[in-house]
Design a binder for this molecule. Sequence first.
Ligand code: 13P
Length: 257
Amino acid sequence: MNRRYRKTIIAGNWKMNKLPGESKDFIVQLKEQASAAKWCDIVLCVPFTHLHAAVKAARGTRIAIGAQNCHFAEKGAYTGEVSCRMLADMGVKYVIIGHSERRQYFGETDSDVNKKVKAAIDAGLRPIICLGESLEIRENGAELDHIRMQLKAALKDIDAQQLRKVVIAYEPIWAIGTGRIATPQQADEVGSAIRETLRSIYGARAARGVSILYGGSLSESNAGGMFAMPDVDGGLIGGASLEPASLASIIDAAQQD
Ligand code: 13P
C-alpha cells in the first residue's frame, strides 16, 4: 500500500450469507473491535435485503455500506433488478461490480460490467470493479493479458474525473473460497500491471490515486504480508468477513506501516 497517494480500503463481501437482523450486531461488534481504523476505509457489502438495517446501524461510524450488484438502467421494466439510484437513495456508498461469481453463474459480460460502472458513478456510488483470471489462464501464463483486457473493457469511456470514484479488486478465481491464496508477489505483479495500464490511459497522476485491492482467501493470518506490497491497497474479503473478530484483525493488519 502507499498511503501517500491513495486510500487503503478493507471491504467485506458477505455474498449470500446471514439474515438482515444479523447486520446490526455485527456492525456494533466490528465498530468496537476496529475502533482504531483511522488509516483505512471500511466497507461492508451486504445482500440487498440487509442494506436498510446495515445503513442504519453504520450511521455515525466509519463503516460504509456497499451492495454486491446493481442494474445499469436508471429505471424501467427489469423485474427483480435494483438500480444504482435506488441504492444511493438508501445511503449505500459502494457497489461490487463484475464479481467472478456473477460473471460465471449469471453470464455477466465485460460490456455489462462497463454499463454498470457508468451507472454507479452517475448515481454517486463508488464501483468496486472485480477482475481475475481462472486457473487455466494462469497456468497458460496469460493472466496479465486477461486482466488488462477486463480492465480496459470495464473502463471504456470512463474519464479521469470519473476514475477517481473507481476501486479495483484483483480476485484470482482459483483463490476464491479455496484457501489457496495468491502469493503477495503474484498479487503485486498483477496490481502493478493494473496500475501501469491505468497510467497508459489516464496518466501517472490519476493512476496513482486508484486503490487496488486483493481478494481470494484473505484471512487474519495472511493479510499483513499481502498489504505490505506497494500495489496492494487493501482487501476484498469473503469468508473471513463473516466474523467481526476476523474482519477486525484484517483491518488491524491494514493499519501497520
Ligand atoms: P474468499 O475471501 O471467501 O476467498 O472470497 C473472496 C471474494 O470473492 C470476495 O469478493
